[in-house]
Design a protein around this ligand. Sequence first.
Ligand code: ADP
Ligand code: MG
Length: 326
Amino acid sequence: MDEFSFIKSIKQHTYKQPSLVKGIGDDAAVFRQTNQDIVTATDTMVEDIHFSRKTMNPFQIGYRALAVNLSDLAAMAAKPAFYLVSIVIPTYWRTEDVQGIFKGMQKLASSYSMDLIGGDTTSGKELCVSVTIIGYSNQNKARYRHSAKPGDIVFATGTLGDSRAGFHMLMNPGVYRDYNYFVRRHRTPSPRVSFAMNLDNVSRMALNDISDGIASEASEIAEASGVSLVLKYADLPASSHYNQFTTGQRRKWQLFGGEDFELVGTVAELEWPVLSQVACETDTAITKIGYVTEQQHSFVYLQEESQCNPLDKQGYTHLKQVRPDE
Ligand code: ADP
Ligand code: MG
C-alpha cells in the first residue's frame, strides 16, 4: 500500500472537536482556541525497547502509545482534544498490523472524543511510534510538580505494581489469580483523565503521573518543589490478589515498577475533602500514602515498619532492551 492510501485508511471520516478548523490532508492542521491554556506533550515508543510483539498485539501497542500520552495530559489536569502520530514502519511489518496500531489508538481516543489531526509516515529499520497530544486546561489551572508544600498529604490514585505484575505473568507462564486483570493493566492502561480534568476546585496541588515508578515520580515532585516526601510503605495501594507474588516482587514492582499510569500528587490536608469528592464523582480510588516535610535535600523517604530511610529512585530508565525478568 502506498503512503497516500495508507494515510487515507487511517484518517477519520468526521471530527468531533468543535475547535478544529482543518484536520488531515493539508500541510498542517489548524485549530482555534481563544480562552483556554493549550497543553501539549509527546512520547515515543520503539519496538523491543518500550514494547514487544511477544507480549502485545498491534491494537494493544497503539492503545498503549496513546495511553502514555494521555497520562501526561492527566498529570497536567488537562482535557485531551487532539493527537498526531509519527510512525516509522519497517518492511517486516504488514500494513494490516500498522493499521491495527491506529485502531488501538482510535479506540482509546474515541472515549475522550479526541481527533487524529496529523502526523508523518516514513519507512525505517525498526517500528517507532511517536504520539503528540494536545489538550486544554482552564487558564492557570494546569498542575505542576513544583507545587508541593510542607504539611501536604501525598496521595496516589488506583493501585500500584499491577502493570509490572501483568508483564511478569506474560513473561512467566503459570497459574495466576486475576490473570486477565493484571495483563490488561499492562497492555491497555487507563490513564486518570476524568479525575484530573475535574480538579479545578482544588486551589493548590502538585501532580505527576506514574510512568517510571512511584519512587522516581515522587522524587520529581520533591526536587521540583524543594521539599521532601515521606511515603508509608504499608499504605501503598495494591490490588486484591497482588499478594500472590513474593514480598520482594511486590515491593520492587510497587516502588519501582512503573507503567501503572496512575497519578501521584500532594494537597493541603484542608483540601482533602474536595479531592475525595472529585474521586468519588469520577469513580477513582485515591489513597493517602504519605506526607510532605521541610528538608534541605529534596529526598523521598520510605517509612517501613519502624524505619524511615531515603528511597533510591531506581525508576525504569527506558534505555534498556526489554527488561530481563526476575
Ligand atoms: P507533508 O508532505 O506536507 O508532510 P504528508 O504527505 O506527510 O504531507 O501528509 C499528508 C497529510 O497526512 C498531513 O495532513 C499529515 O499530517 C497526515 N499524515 C501523514 N502521516 C500521518 C500519520 N501517520 N498519522 C496521521 N496523519 C498523518
Ligand atoms: Mg510529512
